[in-house]
Design a protein around this ligand. Sequence first.
Ligand SMILES: Nc1nc2c(ncn2[C@@H]2O[C@H](COP(=O)(O)OP(=O)(O)OP(=O)(O)O)[C@@H](O)[C@H]2O)c(=O)[nH]1
Ligand SMILES: [Mg+2]
Length: 370
Amino acid sequence: MKKVRTIQVGASIFEENDSVARANMQVLKERGVFCVNVMGSPGSGKTTLLERSVRALLDKGIRTAVIEGDINGSLDGERLAVLGIPVVQVNTGGACHMDANMVRKGMEMLGPDKMDILFIENVGNLVCPAEFRLGEDVSVIVSSVPEGEEKPLKYPLMFRISSLCILNKSDLLEFTGFKIERFREYLFESASGIDLILLSARTGEGMNGWMDFLARGMDKKKSPRIVVAGMGDRMKGDDGAGCEVVEMLKKERLDGNVSVIDAGNAIENYLGVISKMKPGRVIIIDAVDFGGRPGDARFLDAASLVENTSSTHTFSLPLIIEHIRRETGAECLILGIQPERISFSHEISLPARQGVSKAVGMIREIISKP
Ligand SMILES: Nc1nc2c(ncn2[C@@H]2O[C@H](COP(=O)(O)OP(=O)(O)OP(=O)(O)O)[C@@H](O)[C@H]2O)c(=O)[nH]1
Ligand SMILES: [Mg+2]
């Protein structure tokens, strides 16, 4: 019987897109540009918000540029270009979202123009733009009062992947019967960690909160890079726990200044890569027998680690830490997960899996702190 061969078209499209998005992110990082992906339904007020924002930021001496995405035409691009900032209008030719390649081309057209913030106005749509990373530091969803309260429930992904929801057209609240508490409830049900700002791009209400959000983002961009490296041998049961943590983190939308590396059982091969990133902080995650209960996860002091603590490694973790510290001056943390069993041809154990989830939460917390 012949084997059926399967092509995962969707997966490869997303992988290709993600790799271009990572390259965009790297270029923006090198240039110190904070990049904001602005999404929302057609007519929610994205361009109006950008017009007001660009003016307010210019008054503060902050330089902006915009890559404007529309299926057709250059109306929005022209509205922004009259403000005297660099604008590239991208026509997606029917596609209902921007992708990383479009942004790459847009960035090439903007050239070496000096800017502090790059706004990308995505195509008006509450579905497809959520699937495509562009290289942005943050995504912002602009919802608006006339759309009704239930949008976060009906289009949860868009809200879940966004750091901030701007509820625009607040000046229309009194005419529409819109229930702000109901919106809040639906929003946090779909996206528990999201921030919410009530704003009117027409009257300017709420602009201060939005400006603060942008200022915090710009500050964070300048803060030191964090490298998270998972290590271990996936063939040896719980020894692969560090790599599992990294695998989970890779699926999340992490901040632009966080890099995640799966170093497998050869972290010594990644020392050059880590040094090149000039990190301010390096977190190494590994299965370590520190005498805890299987599945415990805790930060460990490098000095207290005995050589080959987790027995399977052919090198000394304290020496690796010492090398990274010397080469980069970075603060080094070791996040240990207590294994239940480290042996060939065993799956990762249930307690170690729980340790992986705990470790992911601990990393998230560290990353989110300024
Ligand atoms: N009342 C009110 N109207 C607004 C506000 N913001 C935008 N509008 C109006 O909403 C309409 C759509 O605004 P745009 O800024 O073009 O919306 P958009 O999200 O960029 O639309 P697309 O690019 O087509 O997806 C325009 O008539 C704006 O004047 C607001 O805060 N209050
Ligand atoms: Mg627009």
